[in-house]
Ligand binder design. Structure first.
Ligand code: PLP
Length: 394
């Protein structure tokens, strides 16, 4: 199997699993208990919080809250902030956010909030001037993802946060950092970002664990009320093994950042160049350099993305035709639509997302197989005249 769908989820690093196992077996005490047996799990949570603090470049581990996933972290940030600032009823976000953010704002829109959705250009870059022009006195929240899950495009979140705070210090800035965590360095203490979410399963921890960074002076309410856990902001007995897992994964991801920026990027660039060279109907959906190093999104004109995925799957190659949540529906991706990707390539767009576990052999194999698949699929495409014209041009 060749796994190139790491923006959907990643394999658990063996070292992460090793670190988790004692807490799934013998070290099962409730970390809040008073006896000695609870000391190890309590200490392990503390240690994991420090590791995630360092991973996100936060000042203090008290700024880190553990959740169950990226979606919960985003909901906790958005709902928590809005609940504490009820007099402000305006929100600014982007058209290319993940559904866990977009659908939360749809809910608030239905409940009397005004939401401005900022667009992107044909390369997926955010129109920051438009965003700045929308800021108002009653803007409660500005919410921009760090890196897009489908294209990998990195948004200028630090610049946006600086601008927002210079004009409206009370407006909160939330960054969905799920696709940035483990791919590029994050250093929240050097920024004006108020809240930032990450998800363990995107950087080789298991599914079911996330984290939210909250700046010390930012007030939020909790989504889950109950006990005192997570400083009263997220009740429920702590998921110790998974918290240990995200801590170890954060530590390993931090160490691997240089490898991501060099080797993973080299393999991604090789894959991109190889496909563009060998497949006449391939076009890069974004070529900007300011992308996370592991992601490429390629449109194959006049063929169906689902058919490409099925043929890849037959060869043991895993990729995606949209975000993990939207693939499975035949609706073209809202991100690629926002970029104005031509209809001819929109339906045949494939995202390949690598990880540090991919090899040169993986990439060589996909470069070799892609023209063979495309040869089959272009032959059965109903757009023969268009494909012939395209071939003539290339
Ligand atoms: N935000 C982005 C940008 C994502 O890509 C994803 C998952 O694909 C999420 C949030 C949701 O994360 P989780 O699956 O952990 O809820």
């Amino acid at each position: 199997m060749i796994y190139l769908d790491n923006n959907a989820t990643t394999q658990i690093d063996e070292k992460v699993l090793e670190e988790m196992l004692p807490f799934l077996k013998s070290e099962y005490a409730n970390p809040s208990s008073m006896y000695d047996f609870a000391r190890k799990p309590a200490a392990a949570i503390k240690d994991a919080r420090v590791k995630v603090r360092d991973f996100l470049g936060a000042k203090n581990e008290k700024e880190i809250f553990f959740t169950s996933c990226g979606s919960e972290s985003a909901n906790m940030a958005i709902r928590g902030v809005l609940d504490c600032n009820k007099e402000k009823r305006h929100i600014i976000t982007t058209k290319v956010e993940h559904p866990c953010v977009l659908n939360t704002y749809k809910y608030f829109e239905k409940n009397g909030y005004e939401v401005d959705y900022i667009g992107v250009n044909s390369q997926g870059e955010l129109n920051t001037e438009e965003l700045k022009s929308k800021l108002r006195k009653d803007t409660a929240l500005v919410s921009v993802m760090y890196a897009n899950n489908e294209t990998g495009v990195i948004h200028p979140v630090e610049e946006i946060a600086d601008y927002v705070k210079s004009k409206s210090p009370d407006t909160r800035v939330f960054v969905d950092g799920v696709q940035a965590g483990g791919k590029i360095p994050i250093n929240v203490k050097e920024t004006q970002i108020d809240l930032l979410s990450v998800s363990g399963h995107k950087f080789h921890a298991p599914k079911g664990i996330g984290a939210l960074y909250v700046k010390p002076d930012v007030r939020i309410t909790s989504l889950i009320s109950g006990g005192h856990q997570e400083r009263g902001l997220r009740a429920g007995t702590e998921n110790v093994p998974y918290i240990v897992g995200i801590g170890k994964a954060a530590e390993l991801a931090q160490e691997a950042l240089k490898y991501e920026a060099t080797e993973v990027k080299r393999l991604r660039d090789k894959l991109e160049a190889g496909i563009l060279k060998n497949v006449f109907n391939a076009r890069l959906n974004t070529s900007i350099t300011n992308r996370v190093p592991n992601t490429t999104n390629i449109g194959f004109e006049y063929v169906e993305g689902e058919l490409i995925l099925l043929h890849l799957s037959d060869l043991g190659i895993c990729a995606s035709s949209g975000s993990a949540c939207t693939s499975g529906s035949l609706e073209p991706s809202h991100v690629l639509r926002a970029m104005g990707i031509p209809f001819t390539a929109l339906h045949g767009s494939i995202r390949f997302s690598l990880s540090r576990f991919n090899t040169e052999k993986d990439i060589d194999c996909v470069i070799e197989k892609m023209p063979i698949i495309m040869d089959k699929l272009t032959k059965i495409s109903p757009f023969q005249a268009e494909l012939a014209a395209l071939k003539d041009r290339t």
